[in-house]
Design a protein around this ligand. Structure first.
Ligand SMILES: Nc1ncnc2c1ncn2[C@@H]1O[C@H](COP(=O)(O)OP(=O)(O)OP(=O)(O)O)[C@@H](O)[C@H]1O
Ligand SMILES: [Mg+2]
Length: 486
């Protein structure tokens, strides 16, 4: 027996409910007046299927996610021949849709076998097996549309909001007179674009510097990349890259996702290309706006981002505490849900720590904490390495400490280069553009090759570290195991 909960706008309520009540093996357990009633009934464990209308006030991604968390299947009702309403339902990840004038047979079929099982849908979304849990044919059509959209460029390939008056063009990315990687196409990458989360503990170890340099490096190799500023404590990617951040991209994308209005063209508008190949989803200009970035919406944004570009880099905040454990209200916004969602969606986590004694201690504790939350494989990177902070031969000292206290056998190092990094910040450009010969840029380029070898131009597969034979692994740990999509 299927136990149905309905939440339909008033003009359809009685017609649909009457049809449902006349079906075989179906009971309408509750006819809810609105979303709040639907959620409280679902939370109370009633019903296994929710039938909601596309124009239901308050219906958003978070509501759909909460219904699914209660293991309730969701079926969307839309006006006949209203493609917009049907699309909106799909963008809310409701793949089982029925027109309001559908007959008994169609409803019976939908309730019996037409609707995607909750687990299948979740798995499909996670694996990217089908877009929005769509059928293979629908997924193929959506893929074709995505390819079309990926070729989309904002006018002049310069974000309209750029603070700098200097026009940017492909030459801006030139390194030593040439654009790296361009003309020498990298190997085809994995089918599903990887998400690289850049995280690090408190104390500003250099997450944003590593994330922006990594994204710019990958773009400079001719691989389309989206840099997402998901740091809800201190988003500053826009400022770092000289963009005006009046309209935070991440809030706009999450709002659109929540309302079922985010599709690839919308995402590509909200995340414009600021230098060739590099799109940016800017962060919140004020930390107090953190409740605008909710988990369900961000998950959807990251999922769509994988379709828009070939690599997604996310600049995350430091804090991993899950306030859900501190609160009985499991649906209240959680302070760190943007970070936890980004880590959970990631294929690999570039874990950045600082190179002084205090930062190293935080790094060791932070890595332990990172191990307790769902996330991609961590790749430890120690940034701002300098002998002033830890003594001579800083890399081997740091490596010794991290082996001893964290059991790390494979660590990457990024040197301190204040003139290069400060100069790039002042210019509002990435290091790749501003100081391509900075040792920081070279170290991050090696990191890019280690993580995503397919992005490296042919003949440049092995990173400099390997070429120089300076293998800083302390044991049998293998960096190659961190490579994504190989
Ligand atoms: N390798 C480096 N060499 C020199 N300076 C660096 C390096 N990496 C980062 N910095 C500087 O350190 C400071 C902190 O870097 P960044 O903003 O990247 O850290 P963060 O971890 O993102 O911090 P926040 O907590 O503010 O988000 C900045 O002033 C940056 O310019
Ligand atoms: Mg930062």
């Amino acid at each position: 027996m299927t136990e149905v909960l309905t939440a339909l706008s008033h003009q359809w309520e009685s017609a649909v409910a009457t049809t449902l009540e006349g079906l075989r093996d179906v009971t309408v357990t509750r006819r809810c007046a609105d979303v709040s009633e639907l959620l409280s009934v679902a939370d109370a464990g009633l019903g296994d299927t929710a039938v909601v209308s596309s124009d239901l006030r308050g219906l958003d991604l978070a509501v759909v996610k909460r219904l699914r968390a209660n293991r309730i299947r969701v079926i969307g009702v839309h006006p006949a021949d209203d493609e917009g309403a049907e699309r909106r339902l799909r963008q809310l990840t409701i793949t089982a849709t029925v027109a309001v004038d559908a007959g008994t047979d169609r409803w019976q079929q939908s309730l019996e076998d037409g609707a995607a099982d909750v687990d299948d849908l979740e798995a499909a979304l996670r694996d990217g097996a089908g877009r929005d849990g769509a059928s293979p044919a629908e997924a193929a059509a959506a893929a074709a549309a995505a390819d079309e959209v990926s070729g989309w460029r904002p006018a002049g390939a310069v974000a309209p909001g750029r603070a700098s008056d200097e026009p940017r063009d492909a030459a801006v990315l030139a390194v030593d007179g040439e654009v790296p990687g361009r003309g020498t196409a990298p190997r085809p990458g994995p089918e599903r674009a990887p998400v690289v989360a850049v995280w690090g503990p408190t104390g500003a170890p250099g997450r944003t510097t590593v994330a922006t340099t990594l994204a710019a490096e990958i773009a400079g190799r001719g691989v389309e990349v989206l840099l997402v500023d998901a740091d809800t404590y201190g988003g500053c990617v826009a400022q770092t890259l000289g963009l005006l951040d009046e309209a935070p991209g991440i809030a706009a994308a999450c709002r659109a996702a929540d309302q079922g209005l985010l599709d690839l063209p919308a995402l590509s508008r909200i995340a414009p290309e600021v230098v060739p190949g590099l799109r940016v989803l800017t962060g919140l200009p004020k930390a107090e706006r953190w409740p605008e970035v909710r988990a369900a919406a961000l998950e959807r944004v990251l999922e769509l981002s994988r379709e828009l570009v070939r690599v997604v880099v996310v600049d995350c905040a430091f804090c991993l505490e899950d306030d859900e454990e501190l609160s009985y209200d499991t649906v209240a916004p959680r302070r760190n849900e943007a970070t936890l969602t980004s880590l959970a969606a990631s294929d690999v986590v570039v874990a950045v720590g600082g190179a002084d004694p205090v930062a190293l201690q935080r790094f060791v504790r932070g890595l332990q904490e990172l191990g307790t939350v769902p996330s991609g494989e961590p790749v430890p990177v120690v940034n701002r390495v300098r002998s002033r902070a830890v003594g001579s031969r800083p890399e081997s000292r740091i490596a010794d400490s991290l082996l001893r206290f964290a059991g790390l056998t494979s660590v990457r190092f990024v040197p301190d280069d204040a003139p290069g990094v400060d100069g790039a910040l002042l210019a509002g450009r990435s290091l790749v553009e501003h100081a391509p010969d900075s040792p920081v840029r070279h170290a991050v380029a090696d990191l890019a090759t280690g993580l995503l070898p397919w992005t490296a131009p042919p003949g440049d597969r092995r990173d400099r570290r390997d070429r120089r034979g300076r293998r800083r692994r302390l044991g049998a740990g293998s960096r190659s195991s961190s490579a994504v999509g190989t």
